[in-house]
Design a protein around this ligand. Structure first.
Ligand code: CP
Ligand code: NVA
Length: 306
């Protein structure tokens, strides 16, 4: 039966650890994996803009011996032209897998039901699983061991927060999300992450108080306005300004490293100097997007026993 990669929610700790190990193997020995996707064509469609996801999938697929077809749907939602399920069924006639960045998670679900080939979530309203995989790969490279680490997410509770909580909960990483009141992560997904954490022993929590980030190994932030959010920046600045991740917050919390999925907005959610500092893991995260995704593709195509 075909497998998708939509959320990571159903993955085990061993499964995720093996996927991270596979990503490291691919990163260290790319030549060994250069034929994993030989003769395969993968469609990547984007309802929203992208730099990292688009380019890392395109170049990564090429390195695995495959071919990516970029489908530009940035002019609007796919549903306007035809149903997502019809699109998925048609794409599966030619493509060996579908990568999609969409507004609504339900679009991915409809495509997955209709398509006989794997569907990979390249970001939706609720999740950004490929990002979280790269982020925990980065933390594993830095710390060696993930279990017991604490990641404090500071800013807007969003798709990235959800995936960090879910993947962190499975891997045994404590995740605390610190947001302004009214901008918390989705309560149902936080409950899912808490439930997953009962197996690993991780702590998953939320707070409006920046003091909750004290003692974290790493601070993580993301844009205050996710793609598609048309709230005027000035309107949210006042609310979010105290949550800006900067040198002062790093000192106050004692965090050694800072992470951001990017695109970053210098001197808004994160200080520009911090991005450029030795504490910054941003480029390592970006590089690891490709290795993590190539591990996902290698796994989905059943070549992870190499
Ligand atoms: N982090 C991330 O997904 O970046 P892009 O939006 O540029 O793909
Ligand atoms: N939360 C951001 C992530 C961008 C990679 C967004 O959805 O726009």
């Amino acid at each position: 039966m075909k497998q998708d990669l939509l959320t990571f929610k159903e993955w085990s700790k061993d499964g995720l650890e093996n996927l991270l190990t596979l990503a490291t193997k691919i990163k260290q020995n790319p030549a060994e994996f250069s034929e994993v996707l030989q003769g395969k064509s993968i469609v990547a469609l984007f309802e929203k803009p992208s730099l990292r996801t688009r380019v890392s999938f395109d170049i990564g697929i090429n390195k695995l011996g495959g071919h990516m077809v970029y489908l530009d749907s940035q002019a609007g939602k796919l549903a306007g032209r035809e149903d997502a399920k019809d699109m998925g069924a048609n794409l599966a006639c030619w493509a060996d897998a579908i990568i999609a960045r969409v507004y609504s998670h339900s679009t991915l679900q409809q495509m997955s039901e209709a398509a006989s080939v794997p569907v990979i979530n390249a970001l939706c309203d609720l999740y950004h699983p490929c990002q979280a995989l790269a982020d925990f790969l980065t933390l594993r490279e830095i710390h060696g061991e993930l279990e017991g680490l604490t990641l404090a997410y500071v800013g807007d509770g969003n798709n990235v927060t959800h995936s960090l909580m879910i993947v962190g909960a499975i891997l045994g990483v404590n995740v605390v999300s610190v947001t302004p009141p009214g901008y918390e992560a989705d309560s149902e997904l936080v409950a899912v992450a808490k439930e997953l954490a009962t197996n690993s022993g991780a702590s998953i929590s939320q707070s409006n108080d920046i003091g909750a980030a004290k003692g974290a190994n790493v601070l993580y932030t993301d844009t205050w306005l996710s793609m598609g959010d048309t709230t005027p920046l000035e309107q949210i600045r006042k609310t979010f300004d105290p949550y800006m991740v900067n040198e002062q917050m790093m000192q106050a919390t004692g965090a050694k490293y800072v992470m951001h999925c990017q695109p970053a907005h210098r001197d808004l959610e994160i200080s520009g100097n911090l991005i450029d500092s030795e504490q910054s893991l941003l480029l390592q995260q970006a590089e690891n997007r490709m290795h993590g995704q190539n591990a996902i593709l290698t796994h989905l195509f059943g070549s992870d026993s190499q």
